[in-house]
Design a protein around this ligand. Sequence first.
Ligand code: ADP
Ligand code: F6P
Length: 329
Amino acid sequence: MATKAIKTIGVLTSGGDAPGMNAAIRAVVRRGLSSGLNVKGIYKGYNGLLNEEIVDMTARDVSDTIERGGTVLYTARCAEFRTPEGQQRGAEVCRKHGIEGLVVIGGDGSFAGAQKLANLGINTIGIPGTIDLDIACTEYTIGFDTAVNTAMEAIDKVRDTSTSHERCSIIEVMGRNAGYIALWCGIANGAEDVLLPERYDYDEQKIINNIIENRKKGKKHHIIINAEGIGHSEAMAKRIEAATGIETRATILGHMQRGGSPTCKDRVYASIMGAKAVDLLVAGKSKRVVGYKHGDFVDFDIDEALAMQKDVPDYQVEVCASLSHNYSK
Ligand code: ADP
Ligand code: F6P
């Protein structure tokens, strides 16, 4: 059976923002328009959908946005959309505005929303947007590259002052359930200890012993990268200082990691993913997630994508530990 060609698509960003989301929005808008579609921007994620904060997008509306962090469509979390009634109303709003295809840029939660809309007859395509890199079906998520570079530069700066004062520094990076930013910074910044939510055994004495041993070897600083999912960096600093006698400070990098101008990689990959999402809708596809695997931009069924599991790679965790001063011979 031939699929009915769609005429109008919508695009929204949902969940935590991520640098590069604007590049994806721009690509959806311009690829959509050049494919002969009407494109509507939906503000503030599913909240804006339910409140009908919907505008027609022109190519000019996304001028001067590719280099900007955040999302020009704003983003939100929407409790009502988690309910069947909210989802039903979301589908009705789409139909009322003639939106036959919807591109959802966000994380797994946002994809779960897209999955529900697809089951209610709205063609949906997800694009992975999160600094956490914690979406199982893809090796790339929009914003991770920028965020991890921002964190790396900040940690370098903390390290300078930490060395000058011969201190121990605990630097907390984002990642509620995922340690990718912590792991990458652990390798990139040469941290002495890296605490990942997926692996941490809460053996603080081991860290204390490392610090004492390293100090005996003449090490001037000790950098501990702690993922937000473990948290409690201030309390940990106090305990470590008390146990080692070495001045210990906690620095929580926080939301600065989620802002800033996207890197070239985030701009380019997000642009390609945005274009691919439109191409999938034009080809009559629905309930798909765009991903990046083995050097290629691919797409998966949302049900399958949401059922996949992801874990930080053991080999990378082992390499990170083996390159730190604690374990080198
Ligand atoms: P992310 O998309 O980054 O994982 P959240 O988990 O906060 O972020 O989800 C963003 C929004 O997606 C939620 O506020 C909610 O509106 C919607 N959402 C999340 N989970 C579901 C679900 N199971 N069903 C329907 N909508 C959901
Ligand atoms: O977008 C992912 C993320 O930055 C997580 O690393 C963090 O736990 C969460 O969002 C924080 O979200 P917010 O403070 O905006 O609620």
